[in-house]
Design a protein around this ligand. Structure first.
Ligand code: SAM
Ligand code: SF4
Length: 342
């Protein structure tokens, strides 16, 4: 990990400001780096050297750190991983977080396995929004892409989320060359029929196996071209989309929409309002950050909330202007997506 030149300390004042005028309000919390799938764009077939259990934050530590982030102006918390549903205490963590004042909005990103059982309890605990990652509804493609034969469980999880009253249920998809790129319109047809809101995300170089290549990238442009062969897509003006990074299109005149998040070819770094807490208690200002700061060690050695807040503010102040994917000076972060929290 390279060492960046020192910057002035974070200025006093409310909010998690960085040196480029952005303010973080959206905290992504990874509750585990482990997973029950092995998506090719995320993890190697044999998995990873997992973070040792004693380094993983306890439920109480997660709740305490989230409350420090909230005291610094975070208004939305998204639980992710690894696969967040494999953490036994997730529902209790959500209950604790939503039981506090001020109460952040709580969302979840999951691969859907286990959601058939957990959708209702999580909604009752205060989760407001769910994104389920599903790249294809073709069982063979699913098995090739995730290296597991568990499509049925994901579909059952999605249906349970809808039945539990999550509206809308969002589906996140990554198109992979030679696996599911030719079937993106089938996935959209299926999502429209089921009432799920689909978002395509460009594949980023964040996998532990380093399998990303610019040449193989299925870009925003290509996804839109393929969808356009079956559907009429009408851009939703940016002013009507709010601050979300997805570019939205009405499908066949609406009201249904499809989104594309062009993280590589049209990054939204300039308006990014995210910050991240890893499962082992490090704060990262960006998926592609070259530094992170240790909150777990300081918390376990007795740091006060104010001291933890200073570490968080300092790390956010050092946030870089944006990623350099595709440029010669790009360095893939040492931590893969599954250990940062997607
Ligand atoms: N396991 C959960 C899931 O799959 O939703 C949560 C963690 S996963 C890392 C979060 C999101 O990151 C998923 O939507 C996944 O598709 C996406 N993702 C993983 N690796 C990616 C990559 N290299 N590029 C773009 N998105 C990626
Ligand atoms: Fe697991 Fe999610 Fe990574 Fe797939 S994208 S391997 S489900 S953490």
């Amino acid at each position: 990990m390279s060492v960046l030149p020192p910057r002035p300390p974070a200025p006093d004042g409310p909010g998690l400001a960085d040196g480029f005028g952005r303010v973080a309000r959206d905290l992504r919390v990874s509750v585990t780096d482990r997973c029950n799938l092995r998506c090719t764009y995320c993890m190697p077939a044999d998995g990873m050297p997992w973070i040792p259990t004693e380094q993983i934050l306890t439920d109480e530590e997660i709740v305490r750190l989230i409350s420090v982030f909230v005291s610094l102006g975070v208004t939305q918390v998204r639980f992710t991983g690894g696969e967040p549903l494999i953490r036994p205490g997730l529902t209790d963590i959500v209950k604790e977080v939503t039981g506090r004042s001020p109460r952040p909005r709580v969302a979840l990103t999951t691969n859907g396995i286990g959601l058939a059982r957990l959708a209702e309890p999580l909604r009752a605990a205060g989760v407001e929004r769910v994104n389920v990652s599903l790249d294809t509804v073709d069982a063979d493609q699913f098995a090739r892409l995730t290296r597991r034969d568990r499509l049925g469980e994901v579909l059952a999880g999605l249906a349970a989320a809808r039945a539990a009253g999550f509206t809308p249920v969002k589906v996140n998809a990554v198109a992979m060359r030679g696996i599911n790129d030719a079937s993106v319109a089938d996935l959209l047809s299926w999502c429209l029929a089921e009432g799920y809101e689909l978002r395509f995300i460009e594949q980023m170089p964040l996998d532990a196996g380093h399998c990303w290549s610019a040449a193989a990238l299925v870009s925003r442009e290509e996804v839109l071209e393929r969808l356009g062969r079956r559907f009429t897509l009408t851009p939703v003006p940016a002013a009507e989309r709010g601050s979300a990074p997805a570019e939205l299109f009405l499908v066949d005149g609406g009201p249904a929409t499809v989104g594309v998040i062009a993280s590589v070819t049209a990054p939204f770094c300039a308006s990014c309002d995210r910050t991240r807490l890893t499962a082992d208690g490090q704060i990262r200002s960006c998926l592609f950050a070259e530094t992170e700061s240790d909150l777990r060690g300081r918390l376990r050695s007795g740091a006060s909330d104010d001291e933890l807040a200073d570490i968080i503010r300092g790390e956010m102040w050092r946030k870089g202007p944006g990623h350099h994917i595709g440029r010669p000076d790009f360095h893939q972060p040492l931590r893969p997506m599954s250990a940062i929290g997607g």
